[in-house]
Design a protein around this ligand. Structure first.
Ligand SMILES: Nc1ncnc2c1ncn2[C@@H]1O[C@H](COP(=O)(O)OS(=O)(=O)O)[C@@H](OP(=O)(O)O)[C@H]1O
Ligand SMILES: Nc1ncnc2c1ncn2[C@@H]1O[C@H](COP(=O)(O)OP(=O)(O)O)[C@@H](O)[C@H]1O
Length: 396
């Protein structure tokens, strides 16, 4: 039987299927259900493992589950009660679903309800807050009420608003059992202007202003288009003007270290870009700036990098260095195009290997006939307008 690590959404679903939160649903892939599991390469059964390889459950061909161990990772694990545990610990309370930071108005609405249990629906993609910040903000809200407790339920979003709403309502009912459920009248209506100070501080930390957010500047384009030159010039400005930590992930340099030994086959290029994306996402997670300048010829891999960066709370800023092939080949700074034309370098991007142009980059720069400062200015203006970096160029 194969081992398989499900997606974050599938891991959330697995926990809720096993805990009884989805009752009467107990298995993946029931007809018409949004609770689905994709196994790789046509496999019909598998041992499901967490990201660190701990076996969690076996899934059979009919989607049914045999639990092996409970998930043990992640912050606030102690608040992950099963519905049975929640009903036992909090019998007689009013259950209140929460998907966002609670405002003064929300709290006012709850005063007088007696004992309240917040059911923080903190699964993947449910809230605009990160899962951990949603729980932290809900604990802060509980502190502001007389008698309130928090249960964390990793109910994920499945991309179908109607089905997700129905599933959420059903899950909260299951947690409440015979006790009342109170849905807030206008959840998050008071957002921004009406958050208690302790909750506002948690939201601000989770959602930093664009100029404080981790940033991945990703230059893509043909060999010789000007990626490294522009990336280096931009990093110099950042270092000169200060205030941020900066890491370079240049294509050639990465291939000498992180990706040493990889070829230029499609599979190896994808591996190379995903490695860059993984490192860049970690840098962004810590609020730093990563400047990446690989060719990155495949749209799908670039999108995977974007997803990794955004999942880490960073902003992804794609710069297409759109210098045409003719100009890159005319420059042929490293003599590689001549060798590729002579058949000495196989699978050369633009000659014998594809480059998929980005459809919707944050900025597109053709460097042909322009100075470096002038071309860089296009990037600086776009970054300034997006609010991420406010750098002054050197040409005025
Ligand atoms: N077959 C082939 N195709 C493209 N490029 C080649 C090839 N062989 C070697 N080189 C040199 O490697 C640099 C590109 O590496 P990358 O890691 O950026 O490429 S990729 O993103 O994995 O496609 C690229 O550097 P840049 O010119 O800076 O882009 C080339 O110098
Ligand atoms: N406006 C410009 N912006 C960037 N590079 C330019 C520009 N005009 C000419 N060039 C030259 O083009 C070449 C680009 O090479 P490089 O930055 O290594 O490209 P890449 O990293 O995309 O392979 C350099 O020799 C650079 O001096």
């Amino acid at each position: 039987m194969i081992q398989h690590c499900p997606t974050p959404t599938e891991l959330d679903d697995l926990e809720l299927l096993v805990s009884g939160a989805y009752a009467p649903l107990t298995r993946f892939n029931e007809p018409g259900s949004v609770v689905t599991l994709d196994l790789p390469d046509g496999a019909t059964e598998a041992e499901l493992v967490d990201p660190e390889g701990l076996p969690l459950a076996r899934v059979a061909a009919d989607g049914s589950l045999e639990p092996l161990t409970h998930a043990q990772y992640g912050p606030f694990r102690r608040l992950h009660l099963t519905p049975a545990q929640a009903r036992e610990q909090h019998a007689g309370a009013t259950f209140v679903p929460v998907v966002d930071a609670l405002s003064e108005a929300d709290l006012e609405e709850l005063r007088g309800l007696g004992r309240v249990v917040f059911v923080a629906l903190m699964g993947t993609g449910t809230s605009s807050l990160s899962p951990v910040a949603l729980v932290r903000a809900t604990l802060a809200a509980a502190d502001l009420l007389d008698k309130a407790a928090v249960v964390a339920v990793p109910l994920p979003a499945h991309g179908d608003a109607e089905a997700d709403h129905a599933l959420g309502a059903q899950v909260v009912r299951t947690y409440a059992g015979d006790d009342p459920v109170h849905a807030l009248t206008d959840p998050s209506a008071g957002r921004a202007q009406d958050l208690p100070a302790a909750i506002a501080a948690i939201v601000d930390e989770d959602q930093p202003a664009p100029e404080e957010q981790g940033l991945v500047l990703f230059f893509t384009g043909l060999s010789g288009s000007g990626k490294s030159t522009l990336a280096r010039a931009l990093m110099d400005l950042l270092l000169e003007q200060g205030g941020r930590t900066v890491t370079s992930l240049d294509g050639d340099v990465v291939r000498r270290h992180l990706s040493a030994g990889l070829t230029f086959s499609k599979a190896d290029r994808e591996t190379n870009i995903r490695r860059i994306g993984w490192v860049a996402a970690e840098i962004a997670r810590h609020g730093g700036v990563a400047v990446c300048s690989p060719i990155a010829p495949f749209a799908e891999t670039r999108e995977q990098v974007q997803a990794m960066v955004e999942a880490a709370g960073g902003a992804f800023f794609l710069v297409h260095v759109a210098t045409p092939l003719e100009e890159c080949e005319r420059r042929d700074r490293k003599g590689l195009y001549a060798k590729a034309r002579a058949g000495e370098i196989p699978e050369f991007t633009g000659i014998s290997s594809p480059y998929e142009e980005p459809v919707d980059p944050a900025v597109r720069v053709d460097t042909t006939g322009r100075t470096i400062e002038d071309a860089l200015d296009d990037v600086l203006v776009a970054l300034d307008e997006a609010g991420y970096l406010h750098l002054r160029g050197t040409d005025g």
